[in-house]
Design a protein around this ligand. Structure first.
Ligand SMILES: N[C@@H](CCC(=O)N[C@@H](CS)C(=O)NCC(=O)O)C(=O)O
Length: 223
């Protein structure tokens, strides 16, 4: 039997957190190897483990996968979270790309120059309530089903619910006008695997704070 997937990243959300969410939702146990120094990153680069000299990297099924979307797609395919045919898969991809666009803005917020932070936060809030959340609410309303695609849990639901948690961390009122999105969040959060991941002490990571930002700057030599 193959061992547990091994996740290589630093000890923070960043671009690995969606991978943690997806594995956890699929009920897959995983190990984590945290980068702590620039030399830890150099070591992976020098031994050829990182195709583009970047993490996230996940060791899984004898491969060393990089590029977070490729990793997510592999996991989703393997654990049947990627639709039943190419049309469902196209919808899942389309929804996930929308989720990724807003998630990227939230991911980059902590490293915005202090003078730009407020404006960026306002833009995130505006895009959330005027563009992204209405679009997902409309999908859920259009078919009245429990999940976004094919009435079955997919990586689109998991990544969207992860995003809803982040948005609510920024401002809990942003979901107020989206009852179906809130219901999806509750439904996914109550799946036993996700419920476990949401408990304290799981491998889920807290919001980025000054300390983890400093660690990232050091490891990735950003200053
Ligand atoms: N497109 C890549 C981006 C990966 C990326 O930007 N990784 C950062 C850490 S979050 C990194 O390794 N930076 C080091 C570098 O680019 O030299 C993905 O989605 O995995």
């Amino acid at each position: 039997m193959a061992g547990k997937p091994k996740l290589h990243y630093f000890n923070a959300r960043g671009r690995m957190e969606s991978i943690r969410w997806l594995l956890a939702a699929a009920g897959v146990e995983f190990e984590e190897k945290f980068l702590q120094t620039p030399e830890d990153l150099d070591k992976l680069v020098n031994d050829g483990s990182l195709m583009f000299q970047q993490v996230p990297m996940v060791e899984i099924d004898g491969m060393k996968l990089v590029q977070s979307r490729a990793i997510l797609n592999y996991i989703a395919t393997k654990y049947n979270l990627y639709g039943k045919d190419i049309k469902e898969r196209a919808l899942i991809d389309m929804y996930v790309e929308g989720v990724a666009d807003l998630s990227e803005m939230i991911l980059l917020l902590p490293i915005a120059p202090p003078g730009e932070k407020d404006a960026k936060l306002q833009l995130i809030k505006q895009k959330t309530t005027n563009r992204y959340f209405p679009a997902f609410e409309k999908v859920l309303k259009s078919h009245g089903q429990d999940y976004l695609v094919g009435n079955k849990l997919s990586k689109a639901d998991i990544q969207l619910v992860e995003l809803v948690y982040y948005v609510e961390e920024l401002d809990s009122s942003l979901t107020a006008n989206f009852p179906l999105l809130k219901a999806l969040k509750a439904r996914v959060s109550n799946l036993p695997t996700v419920k476990k991941f949401l408990q304290p002490g799981s491998q889920r990571k807290p919001p980025m704070d000054e300390e983890s930002l400093e660690e990232a700057r050091k490891i990735f030599r950003l200053k």
